[in-house]
Design a binder for this molecule. Sequence first.
Ligand SMILES: Cc1cc2nc3c(=O)[nH]c(=O)nc-3n(C[C@H](O)[C@H](O)[C@H](O)COP(=O)(O)OP(=O)(O)OC[C@H]3O[C@@H](n4cnc5c(N)ncnc54)[C@H](O)[C@@H]3O)c2cc1C
Length: 496
Amino acid sequence: MKKSLWQKDIIKNNFKTLNKDIDTDILIIGGGITGLTTAYNLLNKKYNITLLEADKFFNNTTCKSTGKLTYLQDLKYQDIYNIYDFKTTKLYYEAQKDGIKLAKKIIKENNIKCDLTKTDSITFTTSEKEVTKFDNEKKILDKLSVKYYVTSKDLNTKDIKSLILVKNTYVFNPVKYLNGILNVLKKEDKISIYENSRVKKIKKENNYYVALVDKFKVRTKKIVVSCNYPFFTIPGFIPFKTYMEKSYITATKISYIKNISGITSNYPTISFRYHKDKDENYFIYLNNSSKLCDKLNYKKNYNECVNAAKKITGKQADYKWTNMDVMTNDFLPLVGRVSNEEKNVFIATGYNTWGMTNGTIAGKIIADLIKSNKNKYADIFNPSRGMTLTKFKNFISNTVISNTKAYSFNLLKKNPSWYKNKACVTKINGKRVGIYFDSQGNKHIVSNICPHLKCFLTFNEIDKTWDCPCHGSRFDVDGNVVKGPSCYDIKIDETK
Ligand SMILES: Cc1cc2nc3c(=O)[nH]c(=O)nc-3n(C[C@H](O)[C@H](O)[C@H](O)COP(=O)(O)OP(=O)(O)OC[C@H]3O[C@@H](n4cnc5c(N)ncnc54)[C@H](O)[C@@H]3O)c2cc1C
């Protein structure tokens, strides 16, 4: 898969793969911003902690993000206000401010060199239709006593119909940040860390949970599921509360840098920021965001992003990559006890593409719940919060209709359906399979059905992967799972 700009800074860690059965007080599954921040917040206490990462570190959503640490998040406050009320909106705003504060504290206390830079943040639109929404957002920002501006000296505002600018927000390098936290964790005796150790199942045995990683077991009383998208459906019913969004991103070396980052308010989202890295300046540009299941021509989407970036910078991009995140139907993350029954299983997901603040605050919320401390954000983020009519409508349009569309798109394709002569979907012995033809003419045959919730897979010509358009699992051409929520491969026994 294509690497992000940040992933050039990966320092290899060589943690072991889980190779024995172990007992632990707390098991943390997943080493992205959520898992590492949760572990960090649980340190210096009496617990033995085990952290299992499915992949190598830094190959995750966090490390492919744009690394903005901001409380201005498109027009999020009115989205929340329209479903809930001012009190909930205010708590969400305070959570974002606290997320920034906590990340800065972690950086300062541990002297983490992650290129943290103060910038202005803007949300803007080039569409006249969006202007009323900006007026509404400004009213809510006024009520929240947020100081904002409506012009920017750093931006060519010719085509811009409306904008909101706030100060005191930040950008950083997420790989360097996570690496800094991991270095702190590595020094602690009470935490054991494993890479390449994908949890495939959790079972209950008496008063314990047992997490299975191939033939090895981790026995624990408390589990934190911080793997971006939980690999189980029950408890929690996360696929019914969420949908996925995907974007295309480029980073291009340029000669200048500006202290501003921005995002548009409407689809297809455009987002940008600048990054200074030793002697190089980069312009980071994201576009073509869509619901994962809405735009399945990956090559076209990719090229559109690359060409748009070239139009702005006048140069070919140096880095090109894609990323996806979990969106919720009510715009609030799902963080806390997975259900009222499973009081010792905690999840954190659904950051709606704002995980630098939300993942940071999620780590604190979960640590507080484990330590029986009060946390003022626990209620609004509670994964078991109830259904409302608006949420239900969003569920139908975001989750049900979109997933059905993606499912039918793949189902109705002609048989065999070809992806530019490189791969096709067909049936062998009545089973739906995907075949990839490599440059030597060898066939790589895999099942075309995602083991997670049985969606049909689409071939991604850019990364040479089979991708699930419903929940985001990805597999290489030999059928190995490279990204969850699926925990299982799609290899098939060709002799059967
Ligand atoms: C295009 C894009 C740009 C973004 N830019 C920003 C931004 O500028 N600012 C911002 O605030 N947010 C941004 N986000 C959102 C942010 O990146 C995510 O919300 C956040 O990184 C999610 O963190 P996480 O810890 O939940 O997941 P991850 O970072 O994906 O970490 C989860 C980890 O769990 C591991 N795992 C998965 N399954 C298992 C298993 N079964 N067993 C063991 N380990 C497992 C994975 O390998 C992974 O390492 C962006 C998102 C996208 C899509």
